[in-house]
Design a protein around this ligand. Structure first.
Ligand code: AP5
Length: 215
């Protein structure tokens, strides 16, 4: 399976990718996670990307292509991958097409995860992540007071809010999505790869819709 999860910030790409990797036994490649790991490690890439990410803007295409080229060359991608957060611009999509042609493994589908903008805002302001294991929660849909199960990995989750989930930055990210990433809907539709999935409602129900779209 070689697919892209395409959708606005907060549409559930990361949440659903985590479920699909178990079902299909292929790795999730989240460019956001790769960048956040670089920021946390203080690498040159992290230092380069941090201010851009905190401002809700996109890291430059050249940097992102370098990251994705290296990641797709790793052995665990031999049987496929789920791209989460890449591509995000037309030049990224063009470069991905060329790269996958070189590797002899073209994309099979691009899943558009459709969520209303009011719901996106609520999901992003409510998102919390466990510092220890990275599990993602939501103060509205999985309130920390419940207490959160932390995916079964931590006894006592230590939750934080992503710096780019502040209200001001969310607005910028949604604007950037509309301007730079939404054109990919037409791009992949024209190539016969796009499948739209209603990504609102219960998380399990959304997973079932994704599985049906991929069947
Ligand atoms: P990235 O980390 O990719 O952020 P994003 O695309 O903005 O997506 P999010 O991670 O915010 O949301 P998601 O769709 O994964 O939703 P989630 O499942 O967490 O990128 C961050 C930054 O890195 C970018 O702004 C940019 O600067 C840079 N970057 C990354 N890739 C780049 C690229 N290719 N080019 C240039 N720059 C790049 O869910 C959100 C919340 O909703 C969670 O709390 C979850 O529990 C909840 N939730 C999920 N599904 C449901 C549901 N069905 N019902 C109720 N709640 C739900």
């Amino acid at each position: 399976m070689r697919i892209v999860l395409l959708g606005a910030p907060g549409s559930g790409k990361g949440t659903q990718a985590q479920r699909l990797i178990n079902r299909y036994q292929v790795p999730q490649i989240s460019t956001g996670d790769l960048l956040r790991a670089a920021v946390a490690a203080g690498t040159p890439l992290g230092l380069h990307a941090k201010a851009t990410m905190d401002a809700g803007k996109l890291v430059d295409d050249g940097t992102m292509l370098g990251i994705i080229r290296e990641r797709l060359g790793e052995p665990d991608c031999a049987n496929g991958f789920i791209l989460d957060g890449f591509p995000r611009t037309i030049p990224q999509a063009d470069a991905l097409t060329v790269l996958l042609e070189e590797l002899g493994c073209p994309l099979e589908a691009v899943i558009l995860m459709a969520v209303d903008s009011e719901q996106l805002f609520r999901r992003l302001t409510g998102r919390r992540t466990c510092k220890a294991c990275g599990a993602v929660f939501n103060v509205y849909t999985a309130p920390p007071s419940v207490p959160p199960p932390c995916g079964g990995r931590c006894d006592s989750p230590d939750l934080f809010q992503r710096p780019d989930d502040s209200e001001a930055t969310i607005g910028k990210r949604l604007e950037v999505y509309e301007g730079q990433t939404r054109p990919l809907v037409e791009y992949y539709s024209a190539r016969g790869l796009l499948r739209e999935v209603d990504a609102e409602g219960d998380i399990d129900v959304v997973t079932a819709r994704l599985e049906a779209a991929l069947a």
